[in-house]
Design a protein around this ligand. Structure first.
Ligand SMILES: *Cc1c(COP(=O)(O)O)cnc(C)c1O
Length: 406
């Protein structure tokens, strides 16, 4: 399929290019030492991803450990409540081991570490979801695991900190600056530069310097591959539209990659939070501009000094001031439409899905559900497949405290 002069038959061969670019986005904007480490990872991945041993081992792990394939569920009662015939479906990443899609790339990254002969995996975490997924993968493979986390986040995310420790990870407290995610990223990169012979850095989304946006997309593409086949089997056709929430963008790229070459409308949903004012949302693709942060060029939200702006979302997994470079590329191309829903619409969808379908979604995933409900009303007919990136168990305390039972 040709779209806006891009041939999607050969898309994955051409994007990213040899230097890690999706059009003008992506690349490797890091110090010379880190550049060398990234080149090593790229070279190893290039060889390993074609090795039948690596591929069959990852396949076995997905089946026997993660519980894949995850099913697609038809949301009959929610569809009925919209009342115009549009049918909603969800891809159940909430049923992936540990309760979200993140384990898909963490198992891939840790298996890569194992194949490269590394002893340790290093990462930062904000809300702790990436830390827990990586600690799980490290435990499975018998790798050491250092998770850098801001002191403020450690206080806020006690259950996830406990999970990481139970899984055997070393949670390293970062106390300088504001002691949140940004400082944790810096500390993790610093540690990696010192330890890169024995360790590998594992990024938690389709972010960071090349090859991470590509590797994480490839590891997450299992979602799109499964979903396309399952949907065809269930209904005999492709969905008319697919929808996923976008923080860094890994669950979205996973689903989208399976449908880019199909006549399917694709929607990425960003968090509008409390409103359009800078600082009240994290809708980087909608309101941001081109810039470099954390080692890559993309579209980002900046403050008056050109630094990453403070962002907010009710979903802690979506409050990042940029998105992966491939999303910026697909945004400019128009192949994927990026839109927003606010906190209120999201919480409404959270309760609707719980009550009408018996599925308690993560607040992140509730953004996609909320948008799909709005889209269904506009479409009037057809079908929508939503990526349910994770389950809501982690959000119970927050919901009860801030919204009560609706
Ligand atoms: C982390 C997280 C997200 C956001 O990350 P992406 O890289 O944008 O997918 C979305 N949903 C859940 C459940 C998460 O844990």
């Amino acid at each position: 399929m040709i779209y806006n002069n891009i041939d999607f038959d050969t898309y994955f061969k051409n994007y990213p290019d040899a230097n890690g670019y999706y059009g003008k986005y992506g690349g490797v904007y890091v110090s010379p030492e880190l550049e060398k480490a990234m080149a090593d990872i790229n070279e190893a991945y290039f060889t390993i991803c074609k090795s039948s041993k690596f591929i069959s081992e990852l396949r076995r792990i997905r089946k026997e450990f993660q519980g894949r394939p995850t099913p697609i569920s038809h949301l009959e009662r929610l569809s009925e409540s919209i009342g115009n015939g549009v049918q909603l479906y969800v891809k159940r990443e909430d049923l992936n081991h540990t309760g979200a899609h993140k384990l898909n790339h963490c198992m891939g990254e840790a298996l890569l570490a194992k194949f490269m002969g590394k002893k340790k995996v290093i990462a930062e975490t904000g809300a702790g979801q990436h830390g827990v997924a990586l600690a799980t993968a490290a435990a499975y493979f018998g790798l050491e695991c250092d998770i850098y986390m801001g002191a403020v986040d450690i206080k806020k995310q006690a259950p996830n900190v406990a999970r990481m420790k139970i899984l055997g990870a070393n949670v390293v407290e970062v106390t300088h600056g504001l002691a949140t995610l940004k400082e944790a990223v810096d500390a993790a990169f610093d540690a990696y530069i010192k330890e890169y012979k024995d360790a590998i850095y594992c990024i938690g989304s389709v972010l960071g310097p090349h090859p991470f946006p590509m590797m994480v997309r490839d590891f997450q593409s299992v979602i799109g591959v499964e979903a396309r086949e399952q949907f065809l089997q269930m209904t005999g056709e492709l969905p008319d539209a697919i929808v996923a929430c976008v923080g860094g963008g890994s669950n979205a790229m996973g689903l989208f990659s399976g449908f880019l070459n199909d006549p399917v409308d694709i929607y990425g949903v960003e968090p509008l939070g409390r409103g359009e004012k800078l600082g009240d949302h994290a809708a980087s693709l909608k309101y941001g501009t081109e810039g470099v942060m954390h080692g890559f060029n993309s579209i980002m939200l900046k403050d008056e000094n050109g630094e990453p702006a403070p962002v907010y979302s009710v979903a802690s997994g979506l409050d990042y001031p940029s998105s992966g470079p491939e999303h910026a590329f697909l945004h400019d191309l128009g192949r994927v439409k990026y839109d927003v829903v606010d906190d209120e619409e999201t919480i409404d969808a959270f309760f609707k899905l719980s009550r009408m379908e018996g599925i308690i979604p993560a607040i992140e995933s509730s953004h996609a559900v909320a948008y799909a409900m709005k889209l269904a009303k506009q479409m009037g007919k057809g079908s929508i497949l939503i990526n349910l990136s994770g389950r809501g168990d982690k959000d119970m305390d927050y919901i009860i405290e801030n919204y009560g039972i609706r």
